[in-house]
Design a protein around this ligand. Structure first.
Ligand code: PEP
Ligand code: MG
Length: 877
């Protein structure tokens, strides 16, 4: 049987997301539940893939199938497409598997032409409405399908209003709108060299194509990359018969959630506009009324809607985000989906649904996106400073958190300023999907227009970025790059602060303090997560402070303590430089003796902070030139400080110069050249551990020493023998019984390929996926950013391999090394400490590979804990 590419809503169901997209599957499900859904059909995601495979064309048999379903839709609705008598108009909307709010295209009122509009006018006895719909359609179709500038149409409308001496669109009468239609069509003909398409079938096919095309638009690509949505999924297209929220004062349209998406509070939450079409609410151009008002305005409709909302939530067992339209007093459901929510709301909803008996604890653990927890871990305003700060305005508390930054007015400026190391608050009249990149880098977003479900609010919540929307008192002047609020001007670069939890705006910088994560829903929820996970979660920490922060977030150990970071401060860097410029072992040892007490003190502090939990300390890794100056004036100053000639320091620097320092004299190669460095570090680690053990006899200290950048078992053995000689001597002298371990990082492909040999010497492996990625791809982690953009644009890579593990290539090496390592040493302890240790999809991979722990920066520890729990639930091992 030929493949089926089109489904009537009545033919699908909620489990068909992959094929019908989220919107299509849910429309089908609501249809099956007997809810008032304007009928229609879904062109599948496979048709989208086929469209791209066919060189961006819809093949004939799929077109025929679409038309067959259109005929069925005519039968179902009793209306006719392209016929004036009782015309069928449709909306054409995107709908991917994962919701991508506002990223792709939508066309409403499709099916109108010069004769159908007359029919619609007669049929509804409302010519003004008919012509308003027609002019909207021409505008939308021209913009979305034909890529004519939206702005030019707005200018034509503005010119008309000026001629009439009126301000609002609603002040234009039927004749004005008819005239606008004439002007629009003329503009279209002038621009395109042909008439606006009058054949509704042509309109339909072009619109479907445009939606498919929008899957590949720049903002959708950025959104997908941010949310790890694969490009090859494609989008479905939903063709749905139109109902009209703009057909008078007993009509309207709105968006509502079954619970508050900012706080999670259980109460219907949303907003609507009377006499408007759906896009008006989402675009945030008019500020809508709260849904509670509908209770007063149309009590029967409200009750029906509330009942449906409740039924949908019970059915999906999750908070729903619904779009509805009221046409002449009759309610229609246009969409439902699991609602996007803040992290705080996600936790509250998950915990409440368990308490309400709707879902199990295990299901609850799967309900919160790990990445989202991030926003709960970040700073809030300092309470004392906040008391002194004056509120200069208030908007809607659209996405919680505190933000403080310098004002910028465009997404491009936000990006540029951010790249220059500045913190910005993006101030806009309203945001649109094109602003996504600027929104992503801003500390916070402040908009003049738009409600809680406007684009800015929805997207900011999804990103966990603080947002205050709909502050109507702000007067923005884009031309002069300033805004006015409470009688004061704020220019580009001025500092402001906004509170996305209260909606308050402050005309000054307010310091922030770390968030409290131990209390309430967070603690309870993470407790459930911890019951399920099989991976342990460690943290990467180089200081007692980071270690304590990691512990506070639930880290069970330190998986990577980078010792070099300790060498940069104050007196230490001087001793380090003395060591580097030393031209004999005696001088080098003298310098190292100065470093030893610092280093040992640091380790003691870290052991204290970790309260006896495992701590993996890595030996010196970077090339030595990183510790030396580069500027001439610094070279002079430092030479004087070190008591050597400028010439000598120059010679040392020149001698250390390497063409590829990241592939040069670093890692264990330093210990091979200068064994005294490894000896000093071993002394510091072992002495600190002895000290901790004596102070806390109840702890069982097992110091772990990690040798970086090993590619050959013999080099590991060489360093390990030195470590052992020193460690054994110190432990024997201490009178303690103390075990220690020496392991290695697996971060060079050759180490992975020969992991069976390496495991002869290594008591543990920790995958250094930063270097392993760099060396496997053969591009530098510091420079790849310069060209990776082209790789995304050309769909060569879908995401940054330094952020999300390349499972196919680098992952294969990890998997291979795990297996090889175990053949030699079945109980070898296995972890990962590259940046991927805090990335949820990578954590899932490491779980499947059978590692024992992941290690990540302190702020990502809760994210890794939850990701590990979800992986364990989805893929038990
Ligand atoms: C790594 O390479 O993954 C690693 C953790 O080490 P570093 O980032 O310090 O090179
Ligand atoms: Mg490394």
């Amino acid at each position: 049987m030929a493949k089926k590419y089109v489904y009537q809503f009545s033919e699908g169901n909620g489990s068909m997301r992959e094929l019908l997209g989220g919107k299509g599957a849910n429309l089908a499900e609501m249809t099956n539940l007997g809810m008032p859904v304007p009928q229609g059909f879904t062109v599948t995601t496979e048709a989208c893939t086929q469209y791209y495979n066919d060189g961006r064309a819809i093949r004939a048999e799929i077109q025929a199938e679409i038309l067959e379903h259109l005929t069925k839709l005519e039968e179902i609705t009793g209306k006719q497409f392209g016929q004036p008598a009782n015309p069928l108009l449709v909306s054409v909307r995107s709908g991917a598997r994962a919701s991508m709010p506002g990223m792709m295209d939508t066309i409403l009122n499709l099916g109108l032409n010069d004769t159908v509009v007359e029919g619609l006018a007669a049929f509804t006895s409302n010519p003004r409405f008919a012509y308003d719909s027609y002019r909207r359609f021409i505008q939308m179709f021209s913009d979305v399908v034909m890529e004519l500038s939206k702005k030019r149409f707005e200018e034509i409308i503005d010119a008309k209003k000026a001629e009439k001496g009126v301000k609002l669109d609603t002040e234009l009468d039927t004749d004005d709108l008819k005239d606008l239609v004439v002007r629009f069509k003329k503009f279209y003909r002038d621009e395109k060299g042909e008439d606006f398409p009058q054949d509704p079938h042509v309109q339909l096919m072009e619109a479907v194509k445009a939606v498919f095309r929008s899957w590949d638009n720049p903002r959708a690509n950025v959104y997908r990359r941010m949310n790890e949505i694969p490009y090859d999924w494609g989008t479905a297209v939903n063709v749905q018969s139109m109902v009209f929220g703009n057909s008078g004062d007993s009509s309207g349209t709105g968006v509502a959630f079954t619970r508050n998406p900012a706080t999670g509070e259980k109460a219907l939450f949303g907003e609507y506009l009377i006499n408007a079409q759906g896009e008006d609410v989402v675009a945030g151009v008019r500020t809508p009324s709260p849904i509670s008002k509908l209770h007063e305005e149309m009590p029967a409709v409200y009750d029906q809607f509330a009942a449906i909302a409740n039924k949908l939530e019970q059915h999906y067992k999750d908070m729903q985000d619904m779009e509805f339209t009221i046409e002449n007093g009759k309610l229609y459901m246009l969409q439902t989906r699991n609602g996007k929510r803040t992290a705080a709301a996600a936790l509250k909803v998950a915990v409440d649904l368990v308490d309400e008996g709707m879902i199990s604890e295990k299901e609850a653990v799967l309900r919160v996106e790990p990445k989202q927890l991030d926003s709960l871990l970040h700073p809030q305003f300092d309470a004392e400073a906040l008391k002194k700060a004056a509120v200069i305005g208030k908007g809607l508390a659209a996405s919680p958190g505190a933000a403080c930054g310098q004002v910028v007015f465009t997404a491009e400026d936000a990006k540029q300023w951010h790249d220059a190391g500045k913190k910005v608050v993006l101030v806009r009249l309203e945001t649109s999907p094109e602003d996504i990149e600027g929104m992503q880098v801003a500390q916070g977003i402040l908009t003049v227009r738009g409600g809680m479900t406007s684009h800015a609010a929805v997207v900011a919540r999804g990103m966990g970025t603080c947002c205050v929307s709909g502050c109507g008192e702000i007067v923005v002047d884009y031309a002069d790059k300033k805004f006015t609020l409470s009688g004061r001007d704020y220019h580009e670069g001025d500092w402001i602060s906004i509170d996305g939890s209260t909606g308050s705006i402050y005309g000054e910088a307010i310091p922030t303090v770390p968030a409290d994560v131990a209390s309430g829903d967070f603690g309870r929820f993470m407790g459930w997560a911890d019951q399920y996970r099989q991976l342990q979660v460690y943290t990467n920490a180089d200081t007692p402070r980071d270690a304590a922060q990691g512990r506070a977030f639930g880290a069970q150990g330190i998986g990577l303590c980078r010792t070099e970071h300790m060498f940069f401060e104050g007196e230490r860097i001087k001793a380090m430089r003395e060591m580097i410029v030393a031209d004999n072992t005696t001088d080098r040892k003298k310098a190292l003796d100065k470093i030893l007490p610092y280093q040992q003190g640091d380790f003691e502090g870290i052991y204290e902070a970790m309260e006896g939990c495992p701590v993996v300390i890595r030996f010196l890794d970077p090339p030595l030139h990183e510790f030396l100056p580069t500027k001439e004036e610094d070279i002079r100053e430092i030479a004087a400080e070190l008591g050597i000639t400028v010439e000598k320091l120059h010679n040392v620097i020149d001698g250390l110069h390497e063409f590829n320092p990241m592939m040069g004299h670093r890692g264990c190669r330093l210990s091979v050249s200068y064994p005294e460095i490894a000896e000093m570090q071993t002394t510091a680690v072992i002495n600190a551990a002895i000290c901790a053990q004596k102070k806390h006899p109840e702890w069982k200290m097992v110091p772990e020493i990690m040798i970086p950048l090993v590619g050959e078992v013999k080099e590991l053995k060489f360093v390990k023998d030195m470590v052992a000689a020193t460690a054994d001597r110190l432990i024997a002298a201490s009178g303690l019984e103390m075990r220690y371990e020496v392991g290695t990082m697996i971060e060079i492909p050759r180490a992975a390929l020969t992991a069976d040999e390496i495991a002869r010497e290594a008591e543990f492996f920790s995958f250094g996926t930063n270097d392993l990625t760099q060396m496997t791809f053969g591009f530098s982690r510091d420079d790849a950013g310069k060209f990776l953009g082209y790789y995304y644009d050309n769909k060569i890579y879908e995401s940054d391999p330094f952020a999300h593990l390349d499972q196919k290539g680098v992952g294969k090496l990890v998997d291979m090394a795990v297996k090889l390592g175990k053949t030699t040493r079945p109980d070898i302890h296995l972890g990962i400490c590259g940046e991927h240790g805090g990335d949820p999809t990578s954590v899932e991979f490491f779980h499947k590979t059978g590692l024992h722990y992941v290690s990540c920066s302190p702020y990502r520890v809760p994210i890794a804990r939850l990701a590990a729990a979800q992986a364990a639930i989805k893929f038990p091992r």
